[in-house]
Structure formats: C-alpha cells, structure tokens
Design a protein around this ligand. Structure first.
Ligand SMILES: [Zn+2]
Length: 401
C-alpha cells in the first residue's frame, strides 16, 4: 500500500514525544566543535534498536547510519548537524543548557531529533523502500568543516555497492513563520571567506607624521575603497557582501603606530564572483597602501562554498512538502540567505537541496523573534513532526516507494 503524506505526518505526530524528549536532552547538554562525545552517545542510544547499521567517525565524533530497504536500489542521504555554539543561554527555558558558555542556539538539536524521528518512520516502512537511506549526523557545522571530514572518510560510499545519488537537509529558523518550508533552486546560502589585512607603516611621534609612515588613514581609505569596489564591480544579479568587522590600530593619542589591522568577511553566491571579490579585496588593499608608499600583508581563509540547490530536487521539495504541510506552507524562498552552511560540500558532490523550516514560536511575530545564534533564541517544537516527516518523505520520494 503506498504511503500517503497524511499517514506519514500522523505517524510523526504520534511519535512526537520521543522527538521532543531527544531534542531536550540534546539541548541541555550542548557541545561545540568537532568532538561531541556526549551528543554522539545520545545519538547512538537513539539509533539503538533500529534496523540501522551504524559507524562512527575516526577524525571526529560523526555518526553514519545505513537503513536498507526491502529491495535493492539507489542510496539517498539525509543530513543533520549536531554541534552547538559558544553562546551562554539566557532563555530561562526549563530544559535550558546546563553547560555554561554553550548553547544550541542554531537549532541543530532540532535537526538531530528530526533526523532520528525520520529514521524511526523509515524503519517502520522498509517494505516500501527500494534502496538505502544514509543518515549523516555531523559535528562541527559552525565553522569547523565537519561535513568535509565525513566526505574524506567515505561518507558517500557508506553503501559500497550503491554510492549516494542524492541528498537532503533541513535548517530551522526561529525568525521565519512556524511550520513553513521554503526552498529555492540554485544558491540557497552563500560562500563565506575570511580575510585579514595588516597595513605596514612606520611608527613615530603623533605631532610629526611626515617623519613616520602613518597606517591609520591608509586603513580608513581601504575600508571605503572596498565598499566602492563591491558596488562598482559586482553585478547586482550576482551580488557580493564585503564587511570590515574589525579595525584596530594604535594604543594612545600621541603615538603613530607601526601597523593597522583590518579583518572581515566576503559573502558571494557564485564561484566566479567569489574568486573575483577575494582577488579584488587583496588588490584594493595592496594598491591603496602602495599609493601611500606602504605595504600590506593579506591573509585569506576559505570558508564554506555556496550551498547550491539542484533545481529538480528543489522542485521535489516543494511538491513533497506541499503534500505534507499544505501548499500554502511550502513556498519558494524569494532570496538566498547570505549565511553559510557546510552541507554545501555534500551538494558539490551529489545533487540535492537544503530547505528551511520556519520555527518561530506561536504568538511571536517572526520579525520580532530572537534569531538563530542569539542567547535568547527559542524554537517552536511543534515543527518537529513536520520536519521528521519531510526528511522521511524526501527519502521515500527518491527511492520510488
Ligand atoms: Zn545552523
């Protein structure tokens, strides 16, 4: 008997207590970075008893589960991230973080709980599955490239005879309308690059700048020249953001410092724009300094690439979510988010999509809600069944059930 969206959502709702319970356990004991031993133990406990073959990472505390359908077929990947942020929680929730200075402020606890909920739904429906589902549970999403480690350890070959052919991930947002799924073809999130510039001048007495080489006005000129570069060089339909987030020089009022320091971020939505803007930041800084007979040191660190949704998969997300939560709650995202996401590495290798799930608490205006990464952010747990059902439904859709 074919599985209907209504059945799947009803089953996820019946199972909601377990999903909420797991989410709260994770929420109480957040861990950050690539090594999450407690979180990993909780996840392994959650998978125990399910027909899922489990392997754990060697370089990180990642978890990979393989659920085999009743018949052979392709392999589809569902992903959740498990790491928290170095934020001190101030929500006052009864299940608030018990770890000072760490908080699940980006909803990764919800992601993990929803994926394990999906595993339970799929385990009960193995007869309808032709193929395998890989459950990807990664640490280190918040800037630690956790997905890359998993790919290097052979994530996509978790089923040796049937490599992963498609992938899906969900991200909750506390300031998007509760229960609304959104997705778009192409860029869903931006590429992020870190840069630093040190302007090398020559220190001296503040009363005699001609006898020194003052890096401070040069740094100021670089800040403004970067903004001019962005507006004159990046096409409006292939945009870029360059932010100088940190500017530091000197220590007192009567000394010209030796150096001035700037650092910031570059956000772009295409590989071409990314390469051009990184090169342009370096060129502008170097040549503005050269105009004043000074030199710069430039440092560039690559962050995550563009999270690029496959158009066909994005279409399937809209259709599947439409059946599950209603077409009015399954919407085309008007624009990408300029944040970055390391699921991008998976999408560089296989076609797939990341969708957003609004989790603004009932009775709160999304615009007024504390956003992800805030010490006050609250996510609506009522969205958990829909998220678990959507993961399961995407896998069932791909595996021809
Ligand atoms: Zn996140």
């Amino acid at each position: 008997m074919p599985i209907t969206a209504a059945d799947l959502l009803a089953a996820a709702r019946d199972d909601a207590d377990r999903t909420v319970d797991l989410r709260r356990r994770l929420h109480r004991t957040p861990e950050t970075g690539l090594h999450l031993p407690r979180t990993q133990a909780t996840v392994l406990e959650g998978l125990a008893g399910l027909p899922v073959e489990v392997t754990t990472g060697t370089s990180t505390t990642s978890v990979v589960g393989v659920l085999r359908g009743a018949r052979p077929g392709p392999t589809y990947l569902l992903r959740a991230d498990m790491d928290a942020l170095p934020v001190h929680e101030d929500t006052g929730l009864p299940f608030a973080s018990e770890v000072p200075g760490a908080m699940h402020a980006c909803g990764h606890d919800l992601h993990t709980a929803m994926l394990l909920g999906a595993a339970r739904l799929l385990a009960e429906r193995r007869d309808e599955i032709a193929g395998q589902v890989v459950l990807m549970l990664q640490p280190g999403e918040e800037g630690f490239h956790g997905a890359r480690y998993m790919l290097e350890e052979g994530l996509l070959d978790a089923v040796p005879e049937a490599p992963v052919v498609g992938a899906f991930a969900l991200h909750v947002f506390a300031n998007q309308p509760g229960g609304v799924v959104s997705v778009r073809p192409g860029p869903m999130m931006a590429a992020a690059d870190h840069w630093e510039v040190t302007v090398r001048g020559r220190g001296g007495h503040a009363s005699m700048p001609h006898a020194a080489a003052d890096p401070v006005p040069v740094a100021a000129e670089i800040v403004l020249a970067l903004q001019t570069m962005v507006t004159r060089r990046a096409p409006v339909f292939d945009p870029a953001v360059v932010t100088v987030a940190n500017l530091a020089a000197g220590s007192t009022d009567n000394v010209i410092p030796d150096t001035a320091y700037l650092q910031g971020t570059i956000r772009t939505l295409s590989p071409e724009r990314r390469a051009d803007v990184v090169a342009s930041v370096r060129r502008v800084a170097t040549h503005v300094a050269a105009a004043h007979d000074m030199e710069v040191e430039f440092v560039h660190r690559q962050g995550y690439p563009v999270t690029d949704n496959d158009p066909a998969v994005a279409d399937r997300v809209l259709a599947v979510a439409g059946e599950l939560v209603g077409p009015e709650r399954s919407v085309l995202a008007a624009e990408p988010l300029m944040g970055a996401e390391d699921f991008a590495y998976v999408l560089q290798r296989v076609p797939g999509a990341m969708a957003f799930l609004g989790a603004c608490p009932a009775g709160v205006e999304p615009d007024a809600a504390a956003g992800n990464h805030s010490n006050l952010v609250v996510f609506d747990e009522d969205v958990l069944p829909a998220g678990a059902a959507l993961h399961a439904a995407m896998a069932l859709d791909a595996l021809g059930a």
